[in-house]
Design a protein around this ligand. Structure first.
Ligand SMILES: [Zn+2]
Ligand SMILES: [Zn+2]
Length: 182
């Protein structure tokens, strides 16, 4: 049994050589995420392995990572949950949070927005891992390219059953066409 991964990294203890971590993001990690802030496309917990390497560059921290595993997403056509394999690499430069002194929101420049920040002497990996997973998600997840979706009239899952909506509509269309011919 793995314990909840240690996602709080002390900056002071980071050596020049850096730090390598392998984190198991299992069902309990996903459940905590869904309680905090439910990601819209998740239909259940996933199981990911995150390999993370942190190195110190002055006061900045370079966070390199590799994510691999399975997510449970909801199909955008039929709404059924399905397993989606995820593989993603990322490189983030984390700077210490700018001092609030003499700074207002309006003074933030575009460069500031491209940087990620950490606060105080601890880097919490949790928000960065969540962000990278969200960035890797497909815009319209599909259980299969051939997914037939739900019937817009009766809501039947057309992968599992046929409904009579289409058949009962077809004769009406033919009748309308026949009228046009006259
Ligand atoms: Zn589907
Ligand atoms: Zn139908």
């Amino acid at each position: 049994m793995f314990e909840t991964p240690a996602l709080q990294i002390s900056v002071v203890n980071l050596s020049e050589a850096g730090l390598d971590l392998t984190l198991e993001l299992a069902a309990d990690w996903f459940l905590r995420w869904q309680q905090d802030d439910p990601p819209p496309l998740f239909a259940g917990p996933g199981s990911l392995l995150a390999e993370v390497h942190l190195t110190k560059h002055g006061r900045d921290i370079l966070l390199r990572g590799h994510l691999k595993g399975i997510l449970t997403l909801a199909c955008s056509r039929c709404l059924e949950p399905f397993s989606w394999p995820l593989t993603a690499d990322f490189d983030l430069l984390l700077a210490p949070t700018p001092r609030p002194l003499n700074r207002t929101q309006e003074e933030l420049t575009p460069q500031d927005l491209d940087l990620d920040f950490y606060n105080g002497d601890v880097v919490n990996l949790e928000p960065f891992l969540r962000e990278q997973i969200l960035l890797a998600l497909p815009l319209k997840p599909l259980c299969a390219d051939s997914c037939r979706g739900l019937c817009p009239h009766c809501g039947a899952n057309l992968n599992l059953q046929t409904c009579t909506c289409r058949q009962s509509k077809a004769p009406a269309t033919f009748a309308a066409l026949a009228k046009l011919k006259h």
